[in-house]
Design a binder for this molecule. Structure first.
Ligand code: GDD
Ligand code: MN
Length: 393
């Protein structure tokens, strides 16, 4: 076997692509989909006979070498392209970058794990090309749709609630606004691409909510297949994703979404520390107190130290799960190291907090101003340090 085995039909197709203008780009965001990529290209080829298309894999530097696999295919078939993103994660932002990287007049986004049936593409293309519709998409909940396998049953239920809010926000009645399989004219997308949020995975919903005029949408019932290889990467519930999306859309430009999450977790940490302190004093250390082994202040200091460590641990776990879910630390050693680093970061943050408040106080500022400024500066410091050293690379 040669290094590249190009068949006569491959060559004919390549000539075709060169001769006719590109009609359709299919964007396939990937993370650890090495085993699915080649099969996807074969299925696209089979489904799109007579259409001039290109497939763009947008891979977030998958450890399993998905990008290498896509490049290998690209050398055999120039209709396959690969965008390898370094140091970034996220389905929505990958989809946006892929959609903006094509010259094709129409673009589709679909999953690369074979859950989305490529046989729908020609019908979707027809609907968009006809000019009767601005957007075509595949719905898991439309009349006639079916679901082979839900990785997570909780998603199904969550979808119902989220869908209703989504329909309110976008002004379009869709049975499945969280769908990851859709097609539209690239000019429609480009006109508003700079206003898309790019956070999380609800990209279709984001497009519908961002474009000012209501889009004419054609729905196609989808047979949602079971995933071919590997496992799902979207582990957050649709509802959480949805709330984050709303926040990002409305306030994300003023206070960045990640910082807002970090701050919210921090505020919850304050409540946790107070609760833990109360528990320590009234339940755990009650006896020592009552029988007088320890002085009142010693008891308080020990109890508060433990409460602070509890709160710090709580914050670490929540930030790891939510704020930095895309860079989540896993495994015993990375988690312990991260926890210790987070502890150091928080201690420095506390010094910043108290130090700046003390400084403002001596400068004659009101107590509240001094304390609040201290809290803000401490949080910014914590955020900057932890995103660089705890969840950085
Ligand atoms: N580039 C990139 N970066 N791709 C990603 C990332 C990421 O961070 N996370 C997931 N993907 C890719 C996967 O490799 C896959 O091709 C596709 O996006 C969908 O990811 P899955 O992990 O298979 O998602 P799912 O099957 O659990 O979720 C389905 O339902 C969601 C709504 O509930 C998909 O259809 C989603 O598109 C849909 O939004
Ligand atoms: Mn999937």
């Amino acid at each position: 076997m040669g290094r590249m085995n190009i068949t006569r039909s491959d060559l004919a197709q390549a000539v075709d692509v060169a001769a006719q203008p590109l009609e359709l780009a299919i964007v396939l965001p990937t993370f650890n989909e090495r085993g699915n990529v080649a099969g996807m290209v074969e299925r696209l080829d089979a489904a799109l006979k007579g259409v001039v298309w290109e497939a763009i894999f947008v891979d977030d530097n998958s450890p399993d070498g998905t990008s290498d696999e896509a490049r290998r295919l690209s050398l055999k078939d120039p209709r396959v392209r690969c965008i390898q993103r370094i140091g970034r994660r996220g389905l929505a932002s990958a989809a946006i970058e892929g959609m903006c990287s094509t010259a094709a007049p129409v673009v589709a986004v679909m999953d690369a794990d074979h859950q989305h049936d490529p046989e729908l593409l020609p019908q979707m293309l027809k609907a968009v090309q006809s000019g009767d519709y601005d957007l075509a998409y595949a719905s898991r909940f439309a009349e006639g749709a079916s679901t082979e396998a839900w990785g997570r049953p909780d998603r199904v239920k969550a979808s119902g609630i989220a869908n209703r809010i989504a329909n309110k926000v976008t002004g379009v009645e869709l049975t499945d606004p969280m769908s990851g399989y859709f097609m539209l004219r690239t000019e429609t997308l480009r006109a508003d691409a700079h206003r898309l949020s790019g956070v999380g995975f609800k990209i279709l919903l984001d497009i519908l909510a961002t474009v000012d005029r209501p889009l004419r949408v054609k729905e196609f019932p989808l047979h949602f297949a079971a995933r071919a290889e590997g496992e799902s990467k979207l582990d957050q519930t649709v509802v959480f994703e949805f709330l984050i999306g709303l926040y990002d859309k409305w306030l994300g430009r003023i206070i960045p979404t990640r910082f807002a999450l970090f701050g919210t977790v921090g505020a919850m940490g304050v409540v946790v520390q107070l609760a833990a302190l109360w528990m320590m004093l009234h339940v755990v250390f009650r006896e020592r107190f009552v029988y007088g082994n320890w002085s009142e202040s010693a008891t308080f200091n020990v109890a508060n130290t433990i409460a602070a460590v509890v709160a710090m641990t709580f914050n670490f776990v929540l930030n790891n799960e939510l704020t930095y879910s895309d860079k989540r630390l896993r495994g015993f050693v990375p988690l312990m190291r991260g926890w210790a680093q987070f502890g150091v970061t928080c201690s420095l943050g506390l010094l910043t907090n108290i130090g700046s408040a003390a400084m403002l106080k001596t400068m004659g500022f009101h107590d509240v101003v001094a304390v609040v400024t201290g809290i803000i500066l401490g949080s910014v410091w914590n955020f900057a340090l932890s995103s660089k050293f705890v969840w950085g690379k």
